[in-house]
Design a protein around this ligand. Sequence first.
Ligand SMILES: [Zn+2]
Length: 173
Amino acid sequence: MRYWLLTVCFLCGAFPGTGLAAGETRSAGRHEHGSTALGIAVEGQSLVIELDGPAANFLGFERKPANDQEKQELARVLNVLRDGATLFLMPEGAHCRLQSAAVSPPDYGADGHANLEAFWEFRCGSPPALTWIEAKVFTAFPGTVRLPASVVTAAGQKAVVLTPGTTRVLLPQ
Ligand SMILES: [Zn+2]
């Protein structure tokens, strides 16, 4: 994951709790089942989104797959995560296109817990129109019930908590 940590280093100071700077999945942030940290940063035409949460929030289990069915489920979840253009919606007028996605498989710890991290970079042709982002994460992963979100744009930063009833975050303008 090192290569993209470099590309998003402008996030490092902004999200001290999300583990971006640490490069480790479990030591940096809190591990709370149901809760997945969401990071959003806009700089120029670049929109960067990150999710970091317990693997159980995505998979329903938090250990190495024990059979073929669980292996298939893990592969399915990783594929859903790679498709950032489906997980996150933006205003059409912002003309955002997914440029890259990076998903790190669960890092199984000795304590029986594991985090899953995913990262996407979008390029937006009309950044002024990028006024909100909607997370479809709750629909895709019903095990996630809270998304504490940190948002950074050139206009400011904010922290909000998205829930299945409030899935859209307004960006500082
Ligand atoms: Zn856990």
